[in-house]
Write a protein that binds this ligand. Structure first.
Ligand code: ZN
Length: 282
C-alpha cells in the first residue's frame, strides 16, 4: 500500500471562532488541536498564527511557541509555517523563517481572492525563496493559477529552489481557479512537465475539500490536505468538531483508494524533509 501524507491546515487566516468554535487560535489551542490530528494520522501541520483578537499575526514568538509545543507533543510531525499574505504585512511574512521549520508555504504569483488581490510580487517571492534556501526549509509551492508554475520554474532556474519541489494546487477559492476536475489534469500535466520529479497535493476550499481530495487520490497524489483553514464543515449542515475529525475523514479517503496514511518517517522521506533528529542521550 502506498503511503500518503495527511496534511492538516489547522487555523488559516480567515475562519473565526464565531464561524466554528473549534478553530484553534492561541498557541496552546493550536498545539492541542494538532496533537489530536496527529493521533489519528496527520503527519504534516500547516500553521498560521493569530493575535488574541483572532486577526492574522506574523509574530515569531507565537510561531516559536507553536513549533516547540508540536515538536514535543507530536514527535516527527512535519512542521510547515505559512508565509501566506492575507492580513499580514508583506515585509513580515518571512519573519519567522529563522526558526527553521521543516517546510514553509511559498506562493509564486499573484491572484484574485474573495475580497483582495493576493499580491506576490516576483521580488518578494524571490526574497522568501532565498530565505528558505538559506535556512534549509523545504518550500511547498502554492499554485492558485497556471502562471504560478512558471513562477516556480523561474525560482529553480535562478537556483533559489531545487528541481524536486512539493507542489500544492489550490482549487475553489472564490475569484481564483474553480474546483473542476479537468483543471487539475491541466495543472498536474504542466507541473510534471516543468518538474518531472515533483511531489504534489491538492487542496479544495470549503465544500470542495472532499471532492478535490478524491480527484488527487485517483491521480496518485503524494499528500492530501485537510483542516479547518480550508473547510469548517464535515457536512453541509454540520460543523467539524475538530481538525482531528477532518483528518480522520482524510485517512478514510486514503484507505478507500487502497493506500494508507504515511508514518512520520515516510512523510519526511516522501517530501524531502530532514529526518527526525535523534534523541540526544546525556
Ligand atoms: Zn495557509
Amino acid at each position: 500500500m502506498k503511503p500518503v501524507v495527511i496534511a492538516v491546515a489547522i487555523t488559516g487566516s480567515v475562519p473565526r471562532k464565531k464561524d466554528n468554535p473549534a478553530v484553534p487560535i492561541t498557541p496552546a489551542e493550536q498545539i492541542e488541536s494538532t496533537r489530536q490530528a496527529y493521533e489519528v494520522g496527520a503527519t504534516l501541520v500547516h500553521i498560521h498564527v493569530r493575535n488574541d483578537d483572532e486577526t492574522p499575526s506574523s509574530d515569531p514568538e507565537r510561531f516559536a511557541a507553536v513549533q516547540a509545543g508540536i515538536a514535543e507533543q507530536c514527535p516527527g510531525m512535519i512542521i510547515q509555517f505559512s508565509t501566506g499574505g492575507r492580513g499580514r504585512d508583506p515585509s513580515q511574512r518571512s519573519s519567522a523563517l529563522y526558526l527553521r521549520p521543516d517546510m514553509a508555504s511559498l506562493s509564486t504569483g499573484s491572484v484574485n481572492f474573495p475580497t483582495i488581490v493576493y499580491e506576490n510580487h516576483t521580488s518578494l517571492v524571490e526574497d522568501m525563496a532565498g530565505k528558505m534556501k538559506e535556512f534549509g526549509i523545504r518550500p511547498e509551492i502554492e499554485i492558485f493559477d497556471l502562471s504560478h508554475l512558471h513562477g516556480a520554474r523561474q525560482l529553480a532556474d535562478k537556483g533559489l529552489m531545487d528541481e524536486q519541489p512539493h507542489i500544492q494546487f489550490v482549487m475553489g477559492v472564490q475569484n481564483a481557479l474553480p474546483a473542476e476536475e479537468r483543471l487539475l489534469d491541466i495543472l498536474l500535466k504542466e507541473a510534471k512537465h516543468r518538474f518531472p520529479t515533483c511531489t504534489w497535493t491538492a487542496a479544495g476550499i470549503g465544500r470542495h475539500q472532499a471532492k478535490v481530495m478524491n480527484w488527487a487520490l485517483v491521480r496518485g497524489a503524494d499528500a492530501v490536505r485537510t483542516g479547518l483553514e480550508d473547510n469548517i464543515r464535515i457536512a453541509k449542515d454540520r460543523l467539524a468538531v475538530s481538525n482531528a475529525e477532518l483528518a480522520e475523514h482524510a485517512v478514510l479517503a486514503v484507505e478507500r483508494h487502497g493506500h494508507r496514511a504515511a508514518t512520520t518517517e515516510e512523510a519526511r522521506a516522501l517530501l524531502g524533509c530532514r529526518p527526525i533528529a535523534p534523541v540526544q542521550s546525556m
